[in-house]
Write a protein that binds this ligand. Structure first.
Ligand SMILES: *[C@@H]1O[C@H](CO)[C@@H](O)[C@H](O)[C@H]1NC(C)=O
Ligand SMILES: *[C@@H]1O[C@H](CO)[C@@H](O)[C@H](O)[C@H]1NC(C)=O
Length: 519
């Protein structure tokens, strides 16, 4: 690389240099050249090969920590041994009672004014399944006109909404590795139909978590709560609103189903590793206004320098981590100094079909706030069930879902169905009698205190310790025709006894925040 420098006539570059012997007799312009050319080469070298040094210079001068808000006194929910880990709150519904004969409009009784204070964000992708979109539009987000839809492209989402490209502001081109950027740009040129499932769009998912919090706060800075959903999250809004009305949004809260995330060395004890828990994205999570602002607001340090965007601060981590929800949990811990308030099982990673009711005294008197991986076809059914539920009676509990929705206390038998693929067990001895027939299998299940239900398949009796609906299953395996079927049964006698003995009469169990009670 060659550089030419012209100095105005009669002006010396550096007066003292002319006293050096080595420059004796060398014309001035040459002296200038000898000094500036190596300097330019050096700085070129530094800029080209050591760019990260310059990039991080600001960080070195003013570490990010100086842009973080001060510690907030965490509200502790620690409780003493023996004390129940739930509150028996008396909550009120915010839905208005349905008008007689006014069944047609689902949204008539929805508490729309609350949405000024509760900003809902739904994360999707342009390649997301059409079934999920249809399910969301006709249920969970049906009555939320101001929903923010977070995506990886600007596109229509149903007739009334547009999804926002969360990656545009990063900006995507410099933010993500080239391979991911290629997916991003390929989506912009593809036609919608070719982006159906199977496309690599899910690889862009992790980049949306931080910018969607920024945009939600920018859209509704006065919101008291920010509720984040994914396209396969089902939310029971009545219970969500009851829950939020019981907490103070001026405190920094981060609610969800806790999962162990990134680790760090304990500053107090170098041998000790600590884990940061994050809210699992699929079952939805909530940030109070205070927590969201602590996460995204750009503070100024004492020198008046404005700190980095949260997206920039954790860029490296987003690139290297698999999961956006984990990075978000880390950022909430690191930048906002807020720890998760784990509210499992109210926030639930199970699907509607998979809830293990009554298991270890969970999933019973607890209100159900969210479900994950629920089949799009089930969204409408549970939505309708909720609509017909008398909300004045109290929050919808897991018990109500089991008894009222699935009616598991009266299902005797279901063909082409598997209800024993979770927590299953069978009889030890070979060719045990329980294998002989569906009826023999039922008799054996009845005999075991722990057996709730069973599936007879392949001349084999599978019993299960979990009380669940299970799912359809087509005949398979190398068995004789009759044995290829899956036939499920429930010990309804046991179930009815359990239901009548566990009535949740004392009230709903609003679980206290905990990371000991996990999925
Ligand atoms: C969505 O975007 C289209 C095209 O830009 C625009 O015409 C339409 O009004 C937008 N709809 C909403 C609800 O913002
Ligand atoms: C009956 O069940 C036992 C264990 O539960 C299994 O080992 C055996 O192979 C079964 N018999 C038949 C005929 O499938």
């Amino acid at each position: 690389m060659l550089f030419r420098i012209r100095l105005p006539r009669g002006q010396s570059l550096h007066a003292p240099i002319s006293t050096f012997n080595i420059f004796k007799g060398v014309p001035r312009w040459k002296r200038a050249l000898y000094i500036t050319v190596p300097l330019l080469i050096l700085s070129n070298y530094l800029i080209i090969f050591q760019w990260t040094f310059f990039e991080e210079l600001r960080n070195r001068l003013w570490p990010d920590a100086s842009f973080h808000p001060g510690a907030f006194p965490q509200t502790t929910h620690s409780h003493h041994d023996g004390e129940p880990d739930y509150w028996l709150w008396d909550t009120l519904t915010s839905f208005s009672p349905p008008k007689p004969g006014g069944r047609k409009d689902d949204c008539a009784s929805f508490p729309t004014p609350l949405l000024d204070k509760i900003q809902v964000v739904l994360k999707t992708g342009v390649a997301d399944s059409r079934d999920r979109t249809a399910a969301q539009l006709s249920t969970v987000i049906k009555c939320i006109p101001n929903i923010l839809i977070s995506s990886d492209l600007t596109h229509a989402y149903g007739p009334l909404h547009n999804a926002t490209d969360m990656l545009a502001s990063l900006p995507a081109k410099t933010y993500m590795p080239r391979s991911d950027y290629a997916i991003y740009t390929s989506q912009q040129h593809a036609d919608a139909a070719s982006l159906a499932p199977g496309h690599d769009g899910w690889k862009l998912d992790k980049y949306k978590f931080l910018p969607q919090v920024e945009q939600a706060v920018a859209r509704n800075p006065a919101a008291e709560w920010f509720v984040f959903l994914e396209s396969d999250t089902y939310v029971f809004w009545d219970n969500m609103f009851r829950l939020l009305s019981s907490y103070d949004p001026a405190h920094p809260y981060y609610f969800g189903s806790p999962s162990p995330g990134r680790t760090y060395r304990d500053p107090a004890d170098a041998h000790e590793t600590k884990t940061v828990w994050f809210a699992y994205g699929g079952s939805g999570f909530v940030l109070s206004g205070a927590a969201a602002h602590r996460l995204v607001d750009r503070l100024q340090n004492s020198m008046g320098v404005t700190g980095p965007r949260v997206t920039d601060e954790y860029r490296k981590m987003v690139r290297s981590d698999c999961c956006g929800d984990s990075v978000l949990g880390w950022a909430v811990h690191d930048r906002a100094s807020v720890e998760i308030s784990g509210l499992f099982p109210m926030f639930n990673p199970h699907s509607l079909h998979g809830i293990p009711f009554g298991n270890a005294a969970r999933y019973w008197c607890e209100p159900v706030v969210s479900l994950h991986k629920t089949h799009p076809g089930d969204f409408g059914k549970i939505w309708q069930f909720e609509r017909d539920w008398d909300r004045e009676k109290g929050p919808l509990l897991y018990r109500d879902v089991m008894v009222g929705f699935w009616k598991l206390d009266s299902v005797e038998r279901k063909e082409d169905w598997d209800n024993a693929d979770w927590d299953g067990f069978n009889e030890e001895s070979a060719d045990h009698e329980s294998n002989q027939s569906f009826e023999a299998c039922r008799a054996y299940c009845h005999q075991y205190e722990k057996c709730w239900q069973f599936t007879w398949h392949g001349h084999h009796c599978w019993m299960s310790k979990a009380l669940r609906m299970g799912q359809p299953k087509e005949p398979d395996g190398y068995h004789e025709e009759i044995d290829r079927k899956y036939v499920s049964g429930w010990d309804t006698e046991k179930i009815r006894k359990f239901v009548s003995e566990n009535t949740c009469e004392e009230g709903a169990h609003w679980v206290k925040p905990s990371i000991a009670r996990i999925f």
